[in-house]
Structures are given as C-alpha cells and as structure tokens.
Write a protein that binds this ligand. Sequence first.
Ligand code: ADP
Ligand code: MG
Length: 228
Amino acid sequence: MNLAKDQKRLLNEVESRELLSQYGIIQNDCEFARTKEEALTIADRMGFPLVIKIVSPKIVHKSDFGGVKVRLNSLEEVAQAYDEIMANARKHQVAADEIEGVTVQEMVAGVQELLIGAKRDESFGTIMVIGLGGVFVELMKDVSIGIAPLTEEDIHRMISKLKGYPLLDGYRGRERADVRAYVHMIQKVEAMMGKEESILELDLNPVILKPQGEGCVAVDARIVIKDS
Ligand code: ADP
Ligand code: MG
C-alpha cells in the first residue's frame, strides 16, 4: 500500500496492548511508568523477575538504544536499570522530552522466541509471516510466509518448514515448546487482520513459547495503522 508517511501511524504501547487483548492475544503483565519512582512502585507491587523498557515515539527498536533491561530481581536493580536506560537514550541523542517513560513488565521464561508478522497487501490481501524471533531475526532470516486464509494445517506446515523447527521439538534434550498455543495465536492475529481493516502492518516479536501445555506470550508488539 503506497500511503504517504503522515497517513500511517504507529500505535503506542497502550493502544497496541488494548487492541491485541481484545482479540485474545495473550500478553505479559505490563504497566507504564512516567518516572523512576513510579517504576519502583509498580515493580514492588508486581514482584520479580522483571523487565523494563523505554517508551518513546522516537524509538522503534528499543534494544538498539540500550532501552531494554531484563532479569531484574530487586528494586535496586530496577533503579539502576532505569538510570542506565535514560543514560543510553541520551547517548543516542534522544531528547528528554521525547522520552515518555518506561514500561515495567513481567519477565517471561520460555523455550524459544518466535515472531508473528502480518502485512496488508493490495494484491495478495493479508500476508502472514512466522519464524524465529528475538533481536537477531535479521541475522537468522528463518521465516515462513503464507497468505490468508490459512487452515490449521497450513499453519503447522509453515512452522515445520522453519530451519529452527527442531528448537521447538525437543532438540537435544530441550523441552518441547507449546506449538499448539503458537498456532492459536497465529489464528487470532489472522482474525484480527480480517476485522481491523485499518491495520497495515503488525509485528509480534518476540512471542515467547513456554513448554508444551503452558502457552505462549507476546511481550513486544509493533502495529502500524492507516490514519484516516
Ligand atoms: P525491541 O524489539 O524493541 O528491541 P523487545 O521488547 O522485543 O525490544 O525486547 C528485546 C528482547 O528482550 C526480546 O527479544 C527478548 O529476548 C527480551 N525480552 C523483552 N521483554 C521480555 C519479557 N517480558 N520477558 C522475557 N524476555 C524479554
Ligand atoms: Mg521486539
């Protein structure tokens, strides 16, 4: 779709989480904090381990800016991570008034990080992308692509075509990942693309797959809508 830049808008964290939850897409607990004090209060209530991430309209790939701190196990660690995130943003020339705050999030442990992507295309309709996720996706380039509507069987086929499929299937004594839950999440994203015509592009990365029977959780989302 060839829209001018000002006709597209990236949903902020709050909007995107709200939309995803309307479609039953499971996400981790997450709250927004404007200051360090707020972050500490939320952390104290949520419990550990935690993750904090920068929130700024200027920053799309948060870890490229040193804006994601994981595995925080105490209030002291949260306070230190907060300071480091702000210092990293300054180093990358992000002005203070362009930083809205941080999210304080539940840390999710799992077997494997995957991604779910969707894109609206003028000729093909909804294009779905699934594959290995995390911050090294560009390096791995291990994805399968399918065009909606997809049957459950199509989705399974896309997953089993991934080079990294053994990582989900108990390779070398690893736990098996909850692929069923991942398939269901892909179906929910496809359904959402069908209903929400304003969504142009969506990226859930990572979706963390837990061991079989324990589900999967989206911990980062990027949704671009047509802003009319
Ligand atoms: P970005 O993609 O903007 O750099 P992410 O939110 O995807 O930021 O975080 C980067 C990486 O940090 C993820 O790929 C994952 O490895 C880890 N991570 C982020 N949030 C969580 C979480 N809630 N639980 C566990 N790991 C996380
Ligand atoms: Mg991400």
